[in-house]
Structures are given as C-alpha cells and as structure tokens.
Design a protein around this ligand. Structure first.
Ligand SMILES: [Zn+2]
Ligand SMILES: [Zn+2]
Length: 253
C-alpha cells in the first residue's frame, strides 16, 4: 500500500458579506500524488477547515465535493479558532481505479466547495477556508500473457495476439495483423516421353498445395537416316535437335 498527503491549501477573504464561498480545484493534489496507472484506489479522505471566528458571533461551514456532502451546519465556537471535518470521498463515483487513469478524477471539472457563513458577520473580517486531501492505493504490476494469437498460413492472415494482464484482466495492447505467407514452391520437372507430355510440378513445402505448368509435347522422333538420305527434322519436345553424333561422326544436322 502507498499513500500521499497533499499539503494544506487555504484561501482567505475579507469582507462583510454574510457568507463566503470558496472553490478549490484538487487537480494539482491529484497530480502530486503521482499514483501509478492500474493502482487500486482504496481511500481518499478530504479534510476541510473553516475559520469563521467573529469573536462576537458564531459561524456555519458547509462543504461538498461534487454531489457528495462533506459537512454542513457545523457551528464553530464564538471565540477565535477553526473547525474541521473529514470525510472519505466516494471512490467509485469520483475516481478512476485499477485502470490506466487510476487516481485521476472521472470528471475533472468537479471541485471542492466550502461556504463559510456567519449570521452576524463583522465588517472587514477575515474568513479562511482550508482543505487537505489524502490518497491511499495499492500499486499494481501487470503480469502479461498474449491471447487470441493466430498463425498466418500460406493463404490466410494471422494475428500477433492481444496482451492481457493475468492479474487484473486488463487488455494492455492490441496485436497486429500478420500478412499471409504465400506459398513456398519447390519445382520438379517431369520430362516428356514419346506418349506423354512433359511438365513442371510446383509443390508448396509448407502446405502441400501444388500445380503444374510448362507443359511440353511428347517427344516426336521421326526416322533417322544414317547414310545418304537427309533425315527429317528431329524434335525433343518442341526443341529441334541440332545435331546427332555417333562417336565423332556427325550423322544429323
Ligand atoms: Zn494488471
Ligand atoms: Zn502453401
């Protein structure tokens, strides 16, 4: 558990009004407390003082924080001195807790209002309102794990996964999409025969997907003459054979 007490703040006025209203912005107190994100806020206590001494009269202090009354109708003595009252602020109503904005006000416009009222005020008398605020919280350290992770495949996208705290359940960050990997093909050539086409088979080493292309016609071998007759063109597949040798003797081409 950690805590912070903000130094006492005060405002004074001098007037002969029958009532004086003071308004405090506690934002600086909250900033000074420096409560870490995701802390559990366990206590926020506010103490107010009213010095409404008139020496000849008695005074009344009312104070509220937003919709929450802190004190009202408190009468202090007729002689010099001040009166104080404390109240725990409603944490769930006013403060963020166990999230990224832990300790901060849900509505930053909410102020502490103190009114000092003396039924019989004395001209040019000093009236002073003060407050002090105390915070208590339990720090929190995230323990993270990745959820919703999806591996990419050759043809489908993946997801790096979301990071969650296993203790408080907070989703700390979202993942990103992983692009599809695309196929990784190995190519194998099947040569043509006299009766069948040749082709190339491409097979993905990752998922096994395969397809064929680069078809070539069956081998056409016309008669080969070894002698005086000119052979006809010889093809292997669609490629015309340029020359054939037997030993060192060129017999074709
Ligand atoms: Zn956490
Ligand atoms: Zn594949």
């Amino acid at each position: 558990m950690a805590s912070y007490t903000h130094p006492q703040q005060s405002q004074s006025r001098s007037s002969n009004a029958s009532a004086e209203s003071f308004s405090f912005d506690i934002a600086s107190a909250i900033t000074s407390a420096n409560i870490p994100a995701y802390s559990k806020i366990t206590k926020v206590t506010i103490t107010v003082w009213g010095d409404i001494d008139t020496a000849t009269s008695r005074g009344k202090m009312t104070a509220s924080f937003g919709s929450q009354s802190i004190c009202s109708d408190v009468w202090c003595g007729g002689s010099a001195g001040e009166v104080s009252r404390s109240a725990d602020l409603n944490i769930s109503t006013f403060f963020n807790s166990e999230n990224a904005n832990a300790g901060k006000l849900k509505d930053s416009s909410v102020r502490l209002n103190i009114t000092l009222d003396g039924p019989v005020m004395v001209t040019n008398f000093n009236h002073t309102a003060k407050y002090q605020i105390y915070f208590e919280w339990t720090p929190h350290s995230h323990s993270t794990e990745v959820r919703n992770k999806v591996s990419a495949t050759c043809t489908t996208t993946g997801y790096t996964g979301d990071t969650y705290c296993t203790v408080c359940g907070t989703k700390i960050s979202s993942g990103t999409t992983i692009a599809a990997l695309g196929h990784s093909y190995n190519s194998v050539v099947t040569p043509p025969t006299e009766t069948s086409q040749g082709y190339t088979t491409h097979t993905c080493s990752r998922c096994g997907h395969s397809y064929k292309d680069s078809y070539v016609d069956p081998i056409k071998i016309n008669k080969i003459y070894i002698g005086t007759s000119q052979p006809k063109d010889i093809y292997i597949g669609t490629t015309k054979v340029k020359a054939i040798y037997i030993g060192t003797t060129k017999v074709y081409g």
